[in-house]
Structure formats: structure tokens, C-alpha cells
Design a protein around this ligand. Structure first.
Ligand code: SF4
Ligand code: SF4
Length: 82
């Protein structure tokens, strides 16, 4: 069965961030820019910047995978304020 919009893998076209109950917050001062969070995010919505990793909260679903794979544990999942 096709999804309602007829396309698969379109999370970056549809803002899905409002599904979230927790969000990842990066302590960029501790980020070693290894890229593991970016590689493992199922929605491709945490990016590498010169300052460190940066989630795009418009698309992040708050799954916590980035926080789990971060080797220096500089991503904390915090309860989303609505
Ligand atoms: S919480 Fe999940 S969806 Fe959000 S940036 Fe991390 S891995 Fe990606
Ligand atoms: S996994 Fe952690 S240390 Fe590596 S780039 Fe992401 S936030 Fe930085």
C-alpha cells in the first residue's frame, strides 16, 4: 500500500517535528565532529557544522538514536516544551 501522498521516504518534504515528545540537544563544546549522529539519523535531520552537530527540529522525530550513538555523549534528549 502506498502512503497517503503516494511517495515513500519523503520526511524531509513533510515537517514531522511536531510528533516529538523529546528533542536532542547538542553540547557543541564537547562534540568531536565524528559524524556518527548524522550517519545514523533515520530522518537525515542532524547536520555537521563547523561548530558541531546541529539537529533540524522541523524534521527531527525525537527517536534518540543520535544520542545513543554519540561516542562522547554530548547529545541529551530533553522533554519537549509544547
Ligand atoms: S532524535 Fe532521531 S530524528 Fe532527531 S536528530 Fe536524533 S536521530 Fe535524528
Ligand atoms: S555523534 Fe556526537 S560527537 Fe559525533 S558529530 Fe554527533 S554530536 Fe558530535
Amino acid at each position: 500500500m502506498k502512503p497517503a501522498n503516494g511517495k515513500c521516504g519523503t520526511s524531509m518534504e513533510n515537517k514531522t517535528g511536531n510528533w516529538r515528545s523529546e528533542k536532542p540537544v547538542v553540547d557543541q563544546s564537547k562534540c568531536i565532529k565524528c559524524g556518527q549522529c548524522t550517519l545514523n539519523c533515520p530522518d537525515g535531520c542532524i547536520f555537521q557544522t563547523p561548530e558541531g552537530a546541529e539537529p533540524n527540529y522541523d524534521y527531527c522525530k525525537g527517536c534518540g538514536i543520535c544520542a545513543n550513538v554519540c561516542p562522547v555523549k554530548c547529545i541529551k534528549m530533553v522533554v519537549e516544551e509544547k
